[in-house]
Ligand binder design. Sequence first.
Ligand code: PMP
Length: 374
Amino acid sequence: MVYLDYSATTPVLPEVLDSYNKVTEEYFGNPNSLHGLGIKSHELLESAYTQISELLNIKRQEFVITSGATEANNLAILGVCNTYKRYGNRIVVSRMEHPSIYGICKHLEKQGFIIDYVDVTEEGVVDFDDLKRKVTRDTILVSICAVNSETGARQPLKTVRQVIRKNNENCILHSDMTQAIGKVNVSIQDADLASMSGHKIYGPKGIGLLYKNKNLVLTPLMYGVHEGELHPGTPPLPLIVSFAKALRLALKDIQKKEEIVRKFNEKIVAHLSEYKNVLINSSKYCIPHILNISLMDIKPETFIHALEADEVYVSSNTACSSLEPSASVYNMYKDEIRSKTTIRISLSYLTLPSEVTIFLESFDKHYQELANLK
Ligand code: PMP
């Protein structure tokens, strides 16, 4: 099998799975129980929390464990809107967010919020002139991802924040960092709120995290035993401990791993550039882990299934909006066919040179077959 869909989800690293299994077996006590087993679990929980806060360089009170990035995005955006709605009813989001962000916006529109969509440039980054126009005195929140999940375009968050603050110093910045953390060096504190997910960093599914600057107050989405708790319920200790381990391993040697991925990316780009009708949807802002191409005259689902016959796995755009045209590619190039024929190849430091070779051979074979058919 050649797996090139690491941006949809990653396999769990064996050492991370070992932690999960060990904690499940040996630390099954409820961390809130007063007896010895509970205390043992509570101590492990606190040490995992400390590890997470040290790895992300944030304070213990500045993050909340969630079930994934979708929940983190919900908690950030709805939590801010419910707390700060008396200051304004406008929210700005970019045109290249993950579908979960647009789902939340749709819900907020029904509650009377106005959503302003900021354009992206041909290079796939936020258009600063448009951002300046869209951020008003009534804008309480801006949400812009750190790395786009379809094209890998990285957003200059520090500049984004400066632009926002110039227009409205109270406006809060949320960033969905799900596709950035663990792939490239990123500072979580470039935003006031940031979302991430365990299953994109070789950790388990069902866990994510929301960073929240200590000065912000979020209205909870759920209510439990303790007042003001943002994620009530018994802490899922095996998930939290194995997530902390996955995060530590993901951040280790991050630049070295990025260089490995860059070489694979360059090799694939060099090969595919030989095809006149295969377009590379990339700019200098794109991280090497995500390579988006358009086949132009072959349907992506047909091509994905053709590759699958050789056990080669890629995706069309994000796993969450497969079969939809790629909004990110459309907003970059304003070309309908280009946005409807995208293939996303997502790479990892675990990818082997032989896997890249197999992928390219399989690509050549099926491209020629399907292009001839046409
Ligand atoms: N945001 C981005 C940028 C993503 O790529 C994903 C996963 N496709 C999500 C959010 C949702 O993450 P989760 O599956 O953890 O809810």
